[in-house]
Design a protein around this ligand. Structure first.
Ligand SMILES: NC(=O)c1ccc[n+]([C@@H]2O[C@H](COP(=O)([O-])OP(=O)(O)OC[C@H]3O[C@@H](n4cnc5c(N)ncnc54)[C@H](O)[C@@H]3O)[C@@H](O)[C@H]2O)c1
Length: 270
């Protein structure tokens, strides 16, 4: 029978784990017996997630770190190894939105703010995470980078975000080749539009209209759907999956969904 027991006792770092997709990934990992180091700049929310995981019988700890700060990422990885004795995987999930402007109106400060978190942050997580996975001699090592649909295609006014996520895709493909012979898989997930904190303040009708525009199936994704894919990529069921840029977007990256009249709509019944 196929199951996910191979993830049990694997030690993993999840960045940006206090909320949204990272939180769902951390919770799913802990629920499946992984030893999870949650990291985020938001300590209060992060500790709350750890408390909930512990109450549900899972194993997790929190370590505050800004992914854009090299010293803090070195310390985070060191903490994980000291706490659990090894490192098997890292999920580079922390990311921020970018200003929606045409390129010539963007400032260098805006460029640096986005690339520092979305590009440099993933680079640092990979650099120090991979080093620790190699030293741990993990036989099931893995890196999962959370890119975006914007890592595959552009959207008007989104240069900085698009460029940062294309960079994540590039790092993923290259590292997949560099470590293929060293028991580490490196893959990226490209989420479409998911219901996370970004949409907390938006009225329900705005969310419904967004879902219709952005998701061919008319709904926003649920963070647990990304978490299930991240569980597969952390498990030994996916050892032949490497350098894969996996979209989860209800089909948005497959092409443009347009309304189409059916010759025989009656097939669906009343
Ligand atoms: N939600 C979506 O629809 C969507 C779509 C495509 C890609 N993504 C990507 O998924 C990832 C997670 O997004 P989300 O929607 O869950 O966002 P979110 O805002 O709900 O959560 C992101 C978390 O990252 C933390 N964070 C931000 N900057 C950080 C930093 N410098 N260092 C450490 N932690 C930091 C935040 O405190 C927060 O807890 C991001 O990389 C985002 O670009 C999200």
């Amino acid at each position: 029978m196929t199951n996910f027991t191979s993830v049990k006792e694997k030690v993993v770092i999840v960045t940006g784990a206090a909320d949204g997709l990272g939180k769902a990934i951390a919770e799913t990992y802990a629920a499946n017996g992984m030893l999870v180091v949650l990291s985020d700049v938001n300590e209060q929310l992060g500790q709350k997630v750890v408390e909930n995981i512990s109450e549900s019988g899972g194993e997790a700890v929190f370590y505050k770190a800004n992914v854009a700060n090299e010293e803090e990422i070195i310390a985070l990885v060191q903490f994980a190894v000291e706490n659990y004795g090894e490192l098997d995987g890292i999920v580079n999930n922390a990311g921020i939105a970018a200003p929606n402007k045409v390129l010539h109106e963007l400032s260098l400060a805006e460029f640096e703010a986005v690339q520092n978190v979305n590009f440099k942050g993933v680079f640092l997580g990979m650099k120090y995470g991979i080093e620790a996975i190699l030293k741990s001699k993990s036989t099931g090592g893995f890196v999962i980078n959370i890119a975006s649909l914007a890592g595959l295609q552009a959207n008007s006014g989104m240069s900085l975000y698009t460029a940062s996520k294309h960079a994540v895709v590039g790092l993923t493909k290259n590292a997949a080749l560099d470590y293929a012979a060293h028991n580490i898989t490196v893959n990226a997930i490209c989420p479409g539009t998911f219901r996370t904190a970004i949409w907390n303040d938006a009225p329900e009708e705005v969310i419904t209209s967004l879902a219709k525009q952005l998701s061919p199936n008319g709904r926003l994704g649920d963070p647990t759907e990304i978490a299930n894919l991240a569980l597969f990529l952390a498990s030994d069921l996916s050892r032949f999956t490497n350098g894969s840029i996996i979209s989860m977007d209800a089909g948005a990256s497959a092409g443009k969904a347009l309304p189409l009249e059916w010759e025989n709509p009656g097939i669906l019944g009343e």
